[in-house]
Write a protein that binds this ligand. Structure first.
Ligand SMILES: [Zn+2]
Length: 243
């Protein structure tokens, strides 16, 4: 948090990210009532779930060889227009790092309580294009990824996956347009370090803020598979799941 931000926070009352009412001292980012009603997915302990099924159907469409059933989880059901969508919106557009880290830690706690994620040893956020990174100043997926990496005791790497071209904002595109928009948009870093990091990893966790059609994550997976062998796992975690 920058100095002006921390000064502002001294004077502005903290409010619930979902309902807007003032928070009590013990509450963080969200009031206890809204936290109790958070639409959790409970995917972290279920290997087969609607998100994992969607991830795997995209893999079957694009992959020519065997790949183990891919695991996927999200913290909550994201419904556009719903007040809970502020959880990811405030991180992506509002620089709300403390809420972003708080909700990521809820997901990290769920994942570390499940054996499905125990051997994750490398966490990689979906990268932004450098021009967008420069204008926004941070990558929201990296904020989430860093909390998950710490919670799972895994390494974090924000450099081996590179977004090679700017893509259109996905929000207003159809499913087919989204897939075309991000196809081939990612590549591996050409540094020698990239190969050694990937060859040492056993189970990669790809992280984004919201999982919608899955085309962005799928394009990242395809890029990683250029060197990461099929028999090793690439799993997926996001805060929100649309579906
Ligand atoms: Zn509330």
């Amino acid at each position: 948090m920058s100095l002006p931000e921390s000064l502002l926070n001294l004077f502005l009352p903290k409010t619930c990210i979902v309902c807007g009412r003032s928070l009590m001292e013990k509450e963080k980012s969200i009031c206890l009532d809204c936290l109790a009603d958070l639409p959790y997915t409970f995917f972290s302990k279920r290997e087969r779930n609607p998100m994992a099924d969607r991830v795997n159907s995209l893999i079957r469409n694009s992959s020519d060889g065997f790949e183990p059933y891919t695991r996927a989880t999200a913290l909550f059901h994201y419904r556009p227009g719903d007040s809970y969508s502020a959880i990811t919106r405030s991180l992506k557009y509002g620089r709300d790092f403390s809420s972003g880290r708080f909700f990521s830690s809820l997901l990290a706690a769920r994942m570390s309580a499940s054996p499905l994620w125990r051997d994750v040893d490398l966490v990689i956020p979906v990268p932004l294009h450098w021009t967008r990174y420069w204008s926004r100043g941070y990558n929201q997926a990296a904020v989430i990824a860093s909390v998950l990496a710490r919670g799972l005791g895994a390494a974090l790497d924000c450099r081996i996956l590179v977004r090679r071209r700017r893509t259109l904002t996905q929000t207003r595109l159809t499913t087919e347009e989204k897939a075309l928009n991000v196809r081939g948009a990612f590549r591996l870093s050409r540094s020698g370090r990239c190969l050694s990091v990937l060859s040492a990893a056993r189970h990669i966790l790809l992280v984004d803020d919201v999982y919608t059609t899955g085309s962005t994550i799928e394009a990242c997976r395809v890029a990683l598979r250029e060197v990461f062998p099929r028999e090793k796992r690439i799993s997926v975690a996001t805060l929100g799941f649309v579906g």
